[in-house]
Design a binder for this molecule. Structure first.
Ligand code: PLP
Length: 395
């Protein structure tokens, strides 16, 4: 029976859930007893390191940690964040006014437009992108303006080409390097241009650095705050999810100038009450040891990347190795154009889940994303299965 209330216009205006068909096909394959190999989920397969779990056991036993957390978060965690930002990027932030703990960076990203976007305002959003940039904007009554990320531009948006009438309405530009889903990284020159441009047009840069620690080259991914003047115009989102294999724990933080941080805090303090204090205290230990830990996981992801990329190349994908993130993003083989159909066929014929590029936005069509959160034996198995179904002409 239909529910007696209609969903809000806000909810109805969210982009359609394009992964629905793939989800259904995955369930069907599992029901048939197929051993599905899942390159779909952007969630580390390795467990949270045991030193973090031990810290949590201790912190969770302390009754002092059982109360509502303070809005602004635990002071010791904020101080640990400042130490981490200094060590990793050479940046200096005030732990009192410039750092805000988040219930995962997704929460802060999705809430940010509520602080700065009025109905009818625009947010400049990359296409393809991590979906909350769009949905957070829509929930605030704003309109996402899509900036296509083209492979020939290194998957960087051409923000200088945005028309003047759009710029007048734009309040926020979202950027995300290392990038999900493309795996691209941004050079210093990109951030330098972006900071100058944002200052000129009075647009807040929301830099999503969730993958700052997942990289394979010599050059570490940059923080936008390494660019002089960035603090005037940017907020940056960090996450412990991928850095420390802590996706389920829900902890991250935002860094930025006091005015921006306190606006986001005012939104949050009307919606949530912050991160469980035991988790914030555990996150201190996680950050202290994150560099050694990421070094090890990056070796693991790199081996998987080399194996998968070499195999996909042999199968005819025009794939280039990603320099960061655990995503391999490639155009479809044999000039195929329909990424949803490709992924559906791949799942039905070979029991392999991959994400259609179009699921991240129209500009992702003709691409497919494979995650590196699958163990090497399964990657071998998947490549063998793919060869078979390609040879049989099923995909
Ligand atoms: N940003 C990007 C680009 C992501 O891919 C994700 C998660 O997949 C997040 C942010 C959110 O991470 P979390 O909320 O776990 O910190």
């Amino acid at each position: 029976m239909d529910f007696f209330l209609e969903e809000s216009e806000r909810l109805k205006s969210l982009p359609p859930y394009l992964f629905f068909e793939i989800d259904r096909a995955k369930r069907r394959s599992l029901e048939k007893g197929v051993k599905v190999i899942d390159f779909g989920v952007g969630d580390p397969d390795q467990p949270t390191p045991s030193f973090i779990v031990s810290a949590m056991l201790k912190a969770s036993k302390d009754p002092a940690n059982h109360h509502y957390p303070l809005d602004r978060g635990n002071a010791l965690f904020r101080q640990a964040v400042c130490v981490w930002l200094k060590k990793r990027f050479g940046l200096v932030f005030s732990s009192d006014t410039e750092i805000l703990p988040l219930i995962g960076s997704k929460e802060g990203i999705a809430h940010l437009p509520l602080a700065f976007v009025n109905p009818g305002d625009m947010a400049l959003v990359p296409d393809p992108c991590y979906p909350p940039y769009k949905s957070g904007t829509i929930f605030a009554g704003g309109v996402p303006y899509l900036m296509p990320l083209k492979e020939e531009n290194g998957f960087l948006p051409e923000f200088e080409k945005i028309p003047a009438d759009i710029l007048k309405r734009a309040k926020i530009i979202f950027v995300n390097y290392p990038n999900n889903p493309t795996g691209a990284v941004a050079p210093r020159s990109f951030y330098e241009k972006l900071v100058r441009w944002a200052a000129e047009h009075k647009i807040l840069i929301a830099s999503d650095l969730a993958y700052s620690e997942v990289y394979f080259g010599k050059d570490k991914p940059l923080s936008i705050f390494e660019i002089p003047g960035a603090k005037d115009v940017a907020i940056e989102f960090h996450s412990l999810s991928k850095t420390c294999n802590m996706t389920g724990w829900r902890v991250g933080f935002a860094a930025g100038r006091p005015e921006v941080i306190s606006a986001l805090l005012r939104v949050k303090s009307n919606i949530d009450s912050g991160v469980f204090t035991a988790i914030q205290k555990t996150a201190i230990e996680a950050l202290k040891n994150s560099f050694g830990f990421s070094k090890k996981t990056n070796i693991l992801y790199r081996k998987r990347r080399d194996l998968l990329v070499a195999g996909l190349k042999e199968l005819g994908f025009p794939v280039k190795p990603n320099q960061a993130t655990f995503y391999v993003f490639t155009r479809l083989p044999k000039n195929q154009k329909d990424s949803t159909l490709f992924c559906k066929n791949l799942l039905e014929a070979a029991g392999i889940v991959a994400t259609p590029g179009v699921g991240f936005g129209a500009a992702g069509e003709t691409y497919v994303r494979f995650t590196l959160t699958v163990r090497e034996p399964e990657i071998h198995e998947a490549l063998g299965r793919m060869k078979k179904v390609f040879d049989e002409g099923k995909v």
